[in-house]
Write a protein that binds this ligand. Structure first.
Ligand code: AKG
Length: 289
C-alpha cells in the first residue's frame, strides 16, 4: 500500500486497492524550491548540474497560470481547428460530443505541439526569465523542441513509470537536454506529482524495457533515495534529460494539470532513431515521451 499523505493540503484517497506501483514513489523526502527566477544564483546553477534538478517556486504568476489554463481548455474544446495534437483517453472518445468544456479535460491524456497555436501557452515557453535561466544552465541559447501538457484526471490519472526523457528523443543522448515541468494545479504525491532520483543523470543513458510503459526496470529504482517534488501552481521543476523520474497514479479527487517543455542547446544536433534505440533499447521503437 502507498504511504499516507504528509502535508496538510494533500488529500489521500485510500480505496483499498493494493497498488504495488505506489511503493515506487516515496513521499517523505521532498524537494525544496527557490523563491522565483530572480533568486537563482550561480550556486543553484552548479547544484542543477550536480543533482540534475532545480525547483523554482512562484516562477509564474497566478494570472499567467490562469491564462495558460484558459488556452489549454480552448484547445481541448476545439477552438483552433488546425490544432490536432490531443490524445484523448480511448474510453472517453465516444462520450466527447455530450461533454461540457470543463468536463472534456478529464478525458484528455496529453496535448502536444500547441505553443504555435496559442499565445497564452507560448507566453510561458518563451518567457524571458525562463529562457535566461536555461541559457545559464546550458552555457548557450536554448531551443525548444517539444511542448506537452500532461493531464492527470482525478482518481483515474495513470502512472508514468520511471524513465529518462532522453530515451524518447532523437537528440544526442549525452547532451544537456533540460525539461521544464510547470504545475498548473497544486501537484502533490496523491494526485501524481513528479518524483525524481537526484544525481542519476550522471550515470548516463540506461536501457529501457517495455513493461507498464517503455521504462526503467522497477527493481532498479532505489526507492530509499526517491524525492517527491510537490509544487504549487506556477512552480516549476528544471530537470536533466537523463535524470530518472516518474509520476504515480492519481488517488486524489483533484486534477493535476502540468506543462512540460524540453529544450536543447541550440548547437546540439539530432541523432538517428537507430542510434537512439541502440543506446536506450530496441523496445523503444515508435515510442514518444
Ligand atoms: O507529468 C507526468 O505525469 C509525466 C511527466 C513525464 O515524466 C514525462 O512525460 O516524461
Amino acid at each position: 500500500m502507498g504511504q499516507a499523505a504528509r502535508t496538510t493540503t494533500e488529500i489521500w484517497v485510500d480505496d483499498g486497492i493494493d497498488d504495488p506501483t505506489i511503493d515506487l514513489y516515496r513521499t517523505d523526502a521532498v524537494a525544496r524550491g527557490i523563491a522565483g527566477f530572480d533568486a537563482i544564483t550561480d550556486e543553484h546553477i552548479a547544484q542543477f548540474h550536480e543533482r540534475g534538478f532545480l525547483v523554482v517556486d512562484d516562477a509564474f504568476s497566478p494570472a499567467e497560470v490562469q491564462s495558460a489554463l484558459e488556452g489549454l481548455l480552448d484547445l481541448i474544446d476545439g477552438a483552433d481547428p488546425a490544432f490536432t495534437g490531443i490524445q484523448f483517453e480511448a474510453k472517453a472518445v465516444a462520450k466527447l460530443p455530450a461533454m461540457a468544456r470543463e468536463e472534456k479535460q478529464d478525458a484528455v491524456r496529453k496535448l502536444m505541439s500547441f505553443v504555435e497555436h496559442d499565445h497564452r501557452l507560448s507566453a510561458l515557453s518563451d518567457h524571458p526569465r525562463l529562457i535566461a535561466t536555461l541559457a545559464r544552465m546550458m552555457g548557450e541559447q536554448p531551443a525548444l523542441f517539444q511542448d506537452q501538457a500532461l493531464l492527470k484526471p482525478p482518481l483515474i490519472g495513470r502512472e508514468k513509470p520511471w524513465h529518462q526523457d532522453n530515451a524518447f528523443f532523437t537528440v544526442h543522448p549525452e547532451a544537456t537536454i533540460i525539461g521544464v515541468w510547470i504545475a498548473l494545479d497544486e501537484a502533490v504525491p496523491a494526485n501524481g506529482c513528479m518524483h525524481i532520483l537526484p544525481g542519476t543523470h550522471r550515470a548516463g543513458p540506461v536501457p529501457h524495457f517495455q513493461r507498464r510503459d517503455w521504462q526503467l526496470c522497477d527493481t532498479d529504482i532505489d526507492v530509499a533515495k526517491v524525492v517527491a517534488v510537490p509544487l504549487a501552481p506556477g512552480g516549476l521543476l528544471f530537470f536533466h534529460g537523463l535524470l530518472h523520474h516518474g509520476t504515480p497514479p492519481s488517488r486524489s479527487p483533484r486534477r493535476r494539470r502540468a506543462l512540460q517543455f524540453h529544450y536543447k542547446p541550440v548547437s546540439v544536433g539530432r541523432v538517428s532513431d537507430d542510434e537512439r534505440l541502440r543506446v536506450f533499447g530496441a523496445d523503444g521503437k515508435g515510442k514518444t515521451c
